[in-house]
Write a protein that binds this ligand. Structure first.
Ligand code: FDA
Length: 303
């Protein structure tokens, strides 16, 4: 459905809709994929998910921030959420996009912001994952990760299987906690595999490498059941301890499969976005999988 995909991408980039939806609560069925607008709502969602024996990684929505004041405000929201997790005793950790806290404004400004976030989380024994974004931010993201790894043990990052550099990175970070994903951005053939089959093959190799080469914990973040089942076979055949890895999926996606994995004894972590900037995230999820249009249809016909 390439036409629908283009329509949703176009809608996700519409500035007027992005701004006007900020003032609304979650609309059009967005509550099926977004945890809440406020911290309080989101803590309630986290409790619901924890009740289903799943952990949560939260993501404060909004990226590519170009104004220092906005970046400081976003940093404040992330720290407030970390404090709320501690206060309410829920099972959750943080995912942070460096473009949200100033990576495209000034390197040192961003470094100080992430340092502050990780320091607060470190005191509360909460893990912070640094998300990997588009390839132009990749070198600085790893530079910041390296600086943080020298100071803290509660930090890790994401490896994108489509990147041609990833087999080297996975060995460099073999003792670091990593989330491994296929990769979500449009990158050139100089930097990234373009074919789905090549990306899937690279994904499996990276996961197997990280599970066996070092001491780093592995977050297997995919909705792809072919890949998940192949990894489970590998894990069981090689007797890999269940404390060394977890599965991660986005909130609202493949809920039955998430429950199924928990029932089979695997740790499941739900990626829960929250915040006022829900609209672009929601449109991008619809672009990725236009079948999710039924979320909108159901929400509209219910009222
Ligand atoms: P893909 O979309 O390739 O689907 C493969 C197959 O799985 C499909 O053909 C279908 O059979 C099945 N399937 C997939 N979704 C389904 C559904 N909803 N229902 C039924 N079947 C389904 N990217 C990035 O660049 N940086 C990051 O930091 C992150 N972080 C991140 C965290 C988490 C928790 C997740 C799950 C993903 C990310 N990503 C990411 C996104 C990632 O790179 C990738 O774009 C998406 O996960 C889509 O790829 P999948 O591996 O899920 O399967």
């Amino acid at each position: 459905m390439p036409l629908l995909r283009d329509i949703f991408i176009h809608l996700s980039e519409n500035q007027f809709l992005n701004n006007s939806t900020k003032k609304m609560g979650l609309k059009f069925g967005a509550n099926k994929v977004v945890g809440g607008v406020s911290i309080d709502d989101t803590i309630e969602r986290i409790k619901d998910i924890n009740d289903q024996e799943m952990s949560v990684v939260f993501d404060n929505l909004g990226e590519f921030i170009t104004d220092k004041e906005d970046a400081i405000q976003e940093k404040g929201k992330i720290i407030a959420m970390i404090n709320a997790i501690h206060e309410f005793g829920v099972d959750s950790h943080a995912s942070v996009k460096l473009s949200q806290i100033g990576l495209q404004i000034d390197y040192d400004f961003c470094l100080n912001n992430i340092d502050e976030i990780i320091a607060v989380a470190n005191k509360l024994d909460i893990f912070v994952n640094i998300d990997m974004e588009s390839y132009n931010l990749y070198p600085d993201t790893l530079r910041i990760l390296d600086a943080m790894l020298e100071k803290y043990d509660n930090v890790g990052t994401v490896i994108q299987a489509y990147l041609l550099n990833s087999p080297d990175d996975i060995l460099k970070y073999k003792d670091t906690r990593l989330r491994i994903v296929k990769g979500a951005y449009k990158e050139s053939a100089d930097a990234a595999h373009q074919d789905k089959a090549d990306i899937d093959k690279a994904y499996l190799e990276l996961i197997k490498s990280h599970l066996t080469e070092g001491t780093g914990y592995t977050s297997i973040a995919t909705h792809d059941h072919h890949i998940i089942e192949e990894i489970i076979d590998f894990i069981e055949q090689n007797d890999i301890d269940h404390d060394r890895f977890e599965f991660q999926m986005l909130y609202g996606f493949r809920k039955d499969y998430q429950k199924n994995l928990v029932k089979r004894g695997y740790k499941m972590v739900v990626y829960l976005p929250f915040g006022m900037d829900w609209y672009a995230y929601f449109m991008r999820r619809l672009a990725e999988r236009p079948q999710n249009i039924n979320l909108i249809v159901k929400s509209v016909t219910k009222h």
